[in-house]
Design a protein around this ligand. Sequence first.
Ligand code: PLP
Length: 391
Amino acid sequence: MVCRNRSFAQHKSDYLFYEIAQKKEHLQKQEPRAKLINLGIGDTTEPLCLPVTAGLVKQAEALGTRGGYRGYPSSFGDKKLRDTIAQKLYQGNVCADDIFISDGAKCDVGRLQHLFGPDTTIAIQDPSYPVYEHTSYLSGKAGRVDRLQMDPENNFFPKLTAADVIYICSPNNPTGVAYNREQLKQLVDFCKKNGSILIFDAAYFSYIRGDDFPRSIYEIEGAQEVAIEINSFSKVAGFTGIRVGWSVVPQTLCFDDGSSVQADWKKIVTTFFNGVSHLSQAAAMAALSDEGLQCAKEQCDYYLNNCRLLRDFFLERKFRVFGGVHAPYLWIDLDGKKSWEIFDYLLQKAHIITTPGVGFGAAGEGYLRISGFCSRLDVTSAIQRMSATSL
Ligand code: PLP
């Protein structure tokens, strides 16, 4: 018999979405005619923009010709796509050679764990996107993960403690807040002083409005020496099903022995990954055209407007509400009530699915995450239904 990988045995399963699915199934059995509205998902709902579908079709047709056929894609991504991301999304702040195209930010969060040995200490935000913790556990770092407490009085900026690797997400899932320039400078300086590597998840950068909040960690001086940025087209242009993301691993980032982090990252990418499909990369190029970018902005505005309507409802009901302005999530303070209690209430009384904040970490207890990723009709119907409850 083969011995089970201890890292897997130590990993506690992700009960959150399983439990939500169970409760949903139970309700549907009890009330088969109930029309559920889902305000709980982190998945986009609006169709792809025309420039993107046109790019996909053009590439598909080209692949069917002798001249246009291509086999394996480059493991690091098409040069043209890397150049375009550097120019259009980083305004030249980042060098194209430091950009590595991937099949999504989540996949890179997993692969990045190979950079760090089992003795590496990890710090993650509490609450946070669960994948940072789960990949740390599955890669043998259980017991080495510290959770950084965040509270509303400090705009959910974590109390920083020294760790080898620090995960920060801004704009944040689940709290929906974005960090400002001073906060990110503090973060970069902290990592520099402590010799930490910062893994900065900017997957929601395209929801930032105005100039007060950086869209990339590389807008902060010194970040090139401490930070890896992970990013994605998923929430920017509805690519959750197309699968294109990227990571920036700067040449200037080193381990304590002076060796290059980028050199090791290249080894990981070429060993564990065989590149993103030509179709997906063509779609990403189309999303970066002027029309594609305009269309993507309009889609993000659509989800943000969903948040605005939902936010107004909860504010009217005298809840403390965070987020939803520079991110597609609202983080609702339940005023002493438990996350699952209000989840169950909304499911039973209004047939609305939300996400209990406690599912993102202990500090999320007493909060509910509401997602703007849904249709306008769902938002208005949900508000009508919730208005009829005693929420
Ligand atoms: N990072 C954060 C913070 C997310 O919320 C998500 C998805 O919900 C991802 C990464 C995953 O992105 P991708 O679809 O590119 O894998």
